[in-house]
Design a protein around this ligand. Structure first.
Ligand code: PLP
Length: 396
């Protein structure tokens, strides 16, 4: 059976692979603690669920406009003004089935075969793979633990060539938790101002999960705003991963291009989800604040627990709900049965011996690291880290 060559250009997400392996072991009766999760462990706030129930009763059961209901696009504009002091009009907004689809729309609208796309490492797994699906060339720029997992303006300037079409990043970053300050973004914007053919995709889906202060968007710099494409969504900030709603804010030319693609791939996003999204975006933000308060407590505890594990080197995440320690101190070691040569081996060792699922840093372009999520209860965090500490102590 001959399938398409497209399939050979990209990999399946490592994050989903680990979740699958964990589920398989759990089905065999093992008590697996899941620290690989990329979603809040909270339930969707009640007022949003009520809005969805009402939408069902009000018969929101038909196709929607491809770009989203006009009042939802308006609500996104209201949110961007309220939270980010950014001015957008509804024709500059497109609603998609999750931010993942927003990202796919953007890449397919902007990137041609052979175009270069700059991605700072570590990065969210999906960026590079969709660029490859589109035939683009991925160009990674290294940002390690020593620079707080952030790139500098000088690194960006050095990476841009005549072929550069797009720059993609997330702040707060999944997996590193790095958050770019206004000054750091201003420096990057200064470089982009000199390169008028480069688009900037700013993934702000972890906007609310910020432990340092105010979220800053690179779209605030007027000299580049028409080339900035903001991606955001409801998954992380409102505990709505399964509802599948993401959105794009960009110049209307980009929005029209994305709408054309989405019109052939999925049409409009789920009608009930869109109605609930209006309530989420314009309604009570206290449930989100409560989740962030809980993540803040867990972050503090996780950093204490990591500090008790010899060999794990960790920087403090400024946002999102992951820690991303360097684990190369364990490479070359063995427990008598399993030898650890890299981060993949370490994740498999932790899964099979400690029964804790984590994600290898290789998936995020950082092969000396692993990602541990603290989107799990304090009880599971304590249990998971205690099992990790015990298993790592056996590596000699
Ligand atoms: N961007 C980042 C950085 C993410 O971590 C994720 C999900 O893990 C997404 C986008 C996609 O989110 P959605 O659930 O809206 O597709």
């Amino acid at each position: 059976m001959q399938l398409s060559s497209l399939l050979e250009r990209f990999n399946e997400p490592e994050t989903l692979k680990m979740a699958k392996l964990g589920r398989e072991l759990r089905a065999k009766g093992f008590d697996i603690t899941d620290l690989s999760l990329g979603e809040p462990d909270f339930d969707t706030p009640d007022h949003i669920k009520e809005a969805a129930k009402k939408a069902i009763d009000d018969n929101y059961s038909h196709y929607t406009p491809v770009a989203g209901y006009p009042d939802l696009r308006e609500a996104v504009c209201t949110k961007l003004k309220r939270d980010n002091n950014l001015d957008y009009t509804p024709d500059q907004i497109l609603v998609s089935t999750g931010a993942k689809q927003s990202i796919a729309n953007i890449i397919m609208s902007i990137v041609d075969a052979g175009d270069e796309v700059i991605i700072p490492t570590p990065y969210w797994v999906t960026y590079s793979e969709i660029v490859r699906m589109a035939g683009g060339e991925v160009k990674f720029v290294h940002a390690g633990i020593e620079s707080g997992y952030k790139i500098t303006a000088a690194q960006l300037e050095a990476a841009i060539t005549d072929k550069t079409k797009l720059f993609m990043f997330s702040s707060p970053c999944n997996p590193s938790g790095a958050v770019y300050s206004k000054e750091e973004l201003a420096a990057l914007a200064g470089v982009f101002a000199k390169h008028p053919d480069v688009f900037i995709m700013s993934d702000e889906i972890y906007e609310y999960i910020n432990y340092e202060g105010k979220h800053e968007s690179i779209a605030q710099f007027s000299e580049i705003k028409n080339r900035v494409v903001i991606v955001n969504g409801l998954s992380k900030g409102y505990a709505m991963t399964g509802w599948r709603l993401g959105y794009i804010a960009a110049d209307s030319t980009v929005i029209k291009a994305c709408e054309k693609i989405q019109g052939q791939v999925t049409s409009g996003t789920n009608a009930v989800t869109q109605r609930a999204a209006i309530t989420a975006l314009t309604g009570d933000m206290r449930p989100t604040a409560m989740m962030v308060t809980e993540f803040t407590k867990r972050r503090k505890r996780v950093l204490e627990l990591v500090a008790e594990i010899p060999g794990m080197v960790c920087s403090e995440p400024q946002g999102a709900f992951y820690i991303f320690p360097e684990v190369s101190n364990f490479f070359g070691k063995a427990d008598g049965e399993d030898k650890i040569d890299n981060a993949d081996d370490l994740c498999m060792y932790l899964l099979n011996k400690a029964h804790v699922s984590t994600v290898t840093g290789k998936a995020f372009g950082a092969p000396n690291c692993i990602r541990l999520s603290f989107a799990n209860s304090m009880e599971n965090i304590e249990k998971g880290f205690s099992k990790i500490k015990e298993a790592l102590a056996k590596l000699k």
